[in-house]
Design a protein around this ligand. Sequence first.
Ligand code: ZN
Length: 239
Amino acid sequence: MAAEQNVSRVLAIAAHPDDVDFGAAGTIAQWTDAGLEVSYCIVTNGDAGGSDRLVSRTEMATIRQAEQTAAAKQVGVHDLHFLGYPDGQVEATIALRRDLARVIRLLRPDRVVCQSPERNYARMGASHPDHRAVGSAALDAVYPDSRNPFAFPELLADEKLEPWIVREVWVSGSPTPTNYVDITSTFPRKVAALRCHVSQIRDPDGLEEFLRGWLSRAASQAGLPEGRLAEAFQVLQTG
Ligand SMILES: [Zn+2]
């Protein structure tokens, strides 16, 4: 795969447990199969998720971390970082930019996957306020925060985290995608990953059909043959 040249480490940043699986798990399975090391950074614990009011919110956070950890395994990801921000209240603050710059400097990814800071009017679910806030802070963390030694100087002074340049960013949920990945071969693993989010999936029987409809629309936008499935990204060169 030509696109994988010189890329060995990938960091996927997302607002909630399950976001990475909806947006990119089929693509990530292909990357880990190709030998890329992929890590996840999940900003919230997803403690506002689910519909069961009898489950305490603290309990829900624990459940969702475990679900995301199990989902990651389905696509070859074993390194997860949970930042523990309150679900539903994320803003693109300086503190969040610092936390994301810290993770980027620690893991030194060649490629970051994140959510779109832009509202996608065609897909409201992609544009949850937490997604937009995390997408915005992630892009700010890629440029300029993680590469500028004078941004958050305490990361270097106190934590010895050297500046790092992320060379490319793959934005999921973008209203203007540029790249489509044919994920037909890894679709069963994407479904398996999503099925791990038991507390979130209200209609497990309808899940696969829902995903097929959505991913085949992306495949047809990409000009792929009938029956193929694709995930869509806006790829930015940030090196
Ligand atoms: Zn979400």
